[in-house]
Design a protein around this ligand. Structure first.
Ligand code: SF4
Length: 441
C-alpha cells in the first residue's frame, strides 16, 4: 500500500480519560480504513476535535482548538461532549463540517467519509487486534459503561451522555484479555460511576470463558483480578456494596487503590450537591476498610466554594480531611456550568473566599499526604516503569494512578524496561513523589 497518497487526519483529544477512550476507538477505525494519522496539524487534510464540555473553561479550550484546526486545514469535524450542544459551535464556527456527540463513532466516520473519502479498501490487518491506544502500551483504560443515573446538581454529564448504559461483563472481559495479550500490564477501569455498574441491566450475566459472569461491580472486579495484571478502580462511590471489594484488594487480586470523588463532607453541602451515597457513614467505613487492607490508597477530589457553602461547612470539611487521612487529593474551586441545576440555588461564594478556602484546603491536605508518603520510606514497593531516563527511571507504585498521582523515581544497577514491574526499596519522599533503588541486587 502506498502511504504517500493516504488521506491524512489530525486528531485533537481533549477532556477526561473517558473521552480518550472514545478517541482511541475513532483512531482505530480511521487506521483500519487506510487513513493516515498525522501529529502535525498543518499537514492534515482534515482535523477531528474531540471536545470536553464539562466546565466553561474546558468549553473555551475546545472552541479554541476548533478555531486553530480551522485555521490550519479548513476542514474540521467536532465530536465529544460539546457536540451535544451543536448550536454553540455552529454560532462561532459555521464552517465546521460535522458535529456529533460523545460515543457517536459511526456519525464521526460518516462525516469523515463525506469530507475525505478513503482512498483504499479497508486494510483491517493494519490495526493490531487490541486497537490503537493513545496511552502507552503497558497501561490502558477500560471503559465499563457510559452515562450516569445520578443527578449531581453541579454536573451536566447525564444530560450530555444520557443515563447509565453498562457493557456486558463478557464484552469488557474480552477487551481486557485482548489488551493483556497485547502487553498491557495495568488496566484502569473507568466510567462515570463504577460502583453502579450493571444496575441498568439488572446485573445480567454473560458468558466468559466457561462460566457466566454477572454485570456487577464485585463480579467484574474479581474476574478482572484473574487476568494477572494490575487492575485499578476509578470513580467508585462509597455505596455499601463497595465493602465487598476490599478483601480482593487485601489479597492483591485488584490494586489496593480506590478513587472516590467525595467532592465534600459537610452534610448540607452534599445534600445540595445531590451526591450519590452521601448518607453513608464514610469515616467509619474508611476505618473498617483500612483494618481489612492496611495499605489501601484512597484518592479523591473535592470542590470548594459550592453555592451556599458556609465557613462552618468548610471547617467541617477540613476536620473531615484530618480524620479521613486520604492519600491523594485534588481540589477545584466551584465554577458554574451552563445548564447545571446548582446555578442560582444558593448565594454564590465570592471569588476571593473561594481562593482563600482552596489555599487552606491544599495546605491542610498537603501535610496529610506528605505524612502518609513519608511512612513509606524504608518499605519495599512494586513499581511499574513508565519512562527510562539517563540516570533514573520513572514509575508508579500501586498507590499511583497514571496522569493524576505522583511518581516513584528509581535508581537501578541493572537496566529496566518500560512496563516492567520492579521491586523498589524506598529511600526518600518528597511532597508528592518517592525515590528508591531496585531491591534484590
Ligand atoms: S456521578 Fe454525579 S458528577 Fe459524576 S457523572 Fe454522574 S451526575 Fe455527574
Amino acid at each position: 500500500m502506498d502511504h504517500s497518497i493516504a488521506p491524512k487526519v489530525g486528531f485533537v483529544s481533549l477532556g477526561c480519560p473517558k473521552a480518550l477512550v472514545d478517541s482511541e476507538r475513532i483512531i482505530t477505525r480511521l487506521r483500519a480504513e487506510g487513513y493516515e494519522l498525522t501529529r502535525k496539524q498543518a499537514d492534515a487534510d482534515l482535523v477531528i476535535v474531540n471536545t470536553c464540555g464539562f466546565l466553561d473553561s474546558a468549553k473555551a479550550e475546545s472552541l479554541d482548538a476548533i478555531g486553530n484546526a480551522l485555521k490550519d486545514t479548513g476542514k474540521v469535524i467536532v465530536t465529544g461532549c460539546m457536540g451535544a450542544e451543536p448550536q454553540a459551535i455552529k454560532d462561532r464556527y459555521p464552517d465546521v463540517l460535522g458535529i456529533t456527540g460523545p460515543q457517536q463513532y459511526e456519525s464521526v466516520m460518516d462525516a469523515v467519509h463525506r469530507a475525505l473519502p478513503p482512498k483504499h479498501d479497508p486494510f483491517l490487518d493494519l490495526v493490531p487486534p487490541e486497537g490503537v491506544k493513545l496511552t502507552p502500551r503497558h497501561y490502558a483504560y477500560l471503559k465499563i459503561s457510559e452515562g450516569c443515573n445520578n443527578r449531581c446538581s453541579f454536573c451536566i454529564i447525564p444530560r450530555l451522555r444520557g443515563d447509565l448504559v453498562s457493557r456486558p461483563a463478557a464484552e469488557v472481559l474480552r477487551e481486557a484479555e485482548k489488551l493483556v495479550a497485547a502487553g498491557v500490564k495495568e488496566l484502569l477501569v473507568i466510567s462515570q460511576d463504577t460502583s453502579a455498574y450493571g444496575v441498568d441491566v439488572k446485573y445480567a450475566a454473560s458468558r466468559w470463558r466457561d462460566r457466566d459472569v454477572r454485570a456487577k461491580f464485585i463480579d467484574l472486579a474479581s474476574a478482572l483480578g484473574e487476568l494477572g495484571v494490575w487492575v485499578r478502580l476509578h470513580y467508585v462511590y462509597p455505596y455499601p456494596h463497595v465493602d465487598e471489594v476490599i478483601p480482593l484488594m487485601a489479597e492483591r487480586k485488584v490494586l489496593p487503590y480506590l478513587d472516590i470523588p467525595f467532592q465534600h463532607a459537610a452534610p448540607d453541602v452534599l445534600k445540595r450537591m445531590k451526591r450519590p451515597a452521601a448518607q453513608e457513614k464514610t469515616l467509619d467505613r474508611i476505618r473498617t476498610w483500612r483494618e481489612i487492607c492496611p495499605d489501601l490508597t484512597l484518592r479523591s477530589t473535592f470542590i470548594v466554594g459550592f453555592p451556599g457553602e458556609t465557613e462552618q461547612d468548610f471547617e467541617f470539611l477540613l476536620q473531615w480531611l484530618d480524620e479521613a487521612a486520604l492519600d491523594r487529593v485534588g481540589c477545584f474551586k466551584y465554577e458554574p456550568v451552563a445548564g447545571a441545576a446548582s446555578n442560582g440555588t444558593a448565594p454564590e461564594v465570592p471569588q476571593e473566599i473561594k481562593e482563600e478556602r482552596w489555599h487552606r484546603f491544599m495546605q491542610r491536605q498537603q501535610k496529610i499526604s506528605a505524612q502518609r508518603l513519608r511512612k513509606k520510606i524504608g518499605s519495599r514497593q512494586q513499581v511499574i516503569i513508565d519512562e527510562i531516563g539517563p540516570t533514573v527511571a520513572k514509575g508508579r507504585s500501586m498507590a499511583d494512578a497514571p496522569e493524576i498521582d505522583g511518581a516513584v523515581y528509581v535508581a537501578s544497577r541493572r537496566p529496566l524496561r518500560i512496563g516492567e514491574i520492579a521491586t523498589v526499596k524506598i529511600d526518600r519522599a518528597e511532597a508528592y513523589d518517592l525515590h528508591g533503588t531496585t531491591a534484590g541486587f
